[in-house]
Design a protein around this ligand. Structure first.
Ligand SMILES: [Zn+2]
Length: 279
């Protein structure tokens, strides 16, 4: 057996030490970053999609978006078709269609490409459902919830928003419902959650939001929408999908279900709680 000279062992030792030193330097200069996990098919009640992008304004990039490209709307799907279901009466001074159109105009402040065809399709990509209450798992204070009902290359979303404050039991103000619609439509357009309480896409309501106009976009919100849409490079010349005309909206559906129980199957992309608490 040939003995390994001591001088070689020492030489390799220096190499290892150098690598450790470089690794240490690398760690010291790499900013902290938590990449969100993509939504999972078959998410359970204890595992709703609830990714928060740390420092939303600075770090919202193509890499931190919550939806894989295949689950986002593509350029030929714009304008997105949005439809409406009334499972509870619209409060005085509020229309669901008007709220959604206000929400889209809010997001269009960030990028005019955010646009919808409202209430015209029998098979809308986003269905907004007005309900009095939402039951979902152990959440007791839900203002809104967004779920992917068909994913892949053909994304469809359902968005629930409540008319009754789940904490106080009192009627929500029209502007509060509109704010929820704006938050949830943000998800359908591909946005994740912000950790900044000033942002519309904060994962919960906050006092700060209550003090600002419901149509106020922060730099974080605007930057996230801009980033998201620019990753899609919307082609206005693309052929639009055919739209099957929707039946006229009526004041109430035939069999309203004011309290909607959302099944825990599929992929929930947002549970939007009030009062800043997340069960
Ligand atoms: Zn949300």
């Amino acid at each position: 057996m040939k003995a390994v000279p001591v001088v070689h062992t020492l030489r390799y030792g220096w190499v290892v030490a150098l690598l450790l030193l470089l690794a240490g330097c690398q760690q010291a200069t790499t900013p902290h970053f938590t990449s969100p996990t993509p939504p999972k098919a078959g998410a359970t009640a204890s595992d709703p999609f609830f990714v928060v992008t740390d420092n939303y304004f600075y770090k919202y990039t193509a890499d931190t978006q919550p939806f894989p490209a295949g689950s986002q709307f593509t350029s030929d799907m714009y304008p997105i078709t949005v439809g409406y279901t009334l499972d509870t009466p619209e409060p005085a001074g509020f229309t669901l269609k008007g709220a959604a159109e206000t929400a889209v105009r809010t997001w269009a402040q960030a990028d005019p490409r955010v646009c919808i065809r409202s209430g015209v399709s029998a098979d809308p990509r986003i269905t907004v459902d007005l309900v009095a209450h939402i039951q979902y798992s152990n959440f007791t204070n839900i203002l809104g919830l967004t779920k992917i009902v068909s994913g892949g290359r053909d994304p469809h979303f359902i968005v629930y928003v409540v008319t009754v404050d789940p904490v106080t039991g009192t009627a929500m103000l029209p502007m509060e419902i509109t704010r929820t619609v704006t938050h949830e439509l943000g998800h359908a357009f591909g946005l994740g959650h912000s950790d900044d309480e000033r942002d519309l896409m904060c994962a919960h309501t906050s006092l700060v939001q209550g003090l600002t106009p419901s149509t106020f976009l922060t730099f974080g919100d605007a930057g996230a929408m801009w980033t998201t849409l620019n990753n899609k490079a919307i082609n206005w010349n693309a052929a639009q999908p055919a739209v099957t005309p929707a039946a006229a909206l009526t004041a109430a559906v035939a069999t309203p279900t004011p309290t909607v129980t959302v099944p825990v199957d599929g992929t929930v992309v947002c549970v939007y709680p009030s009062a800043g608490t997340v069960p």
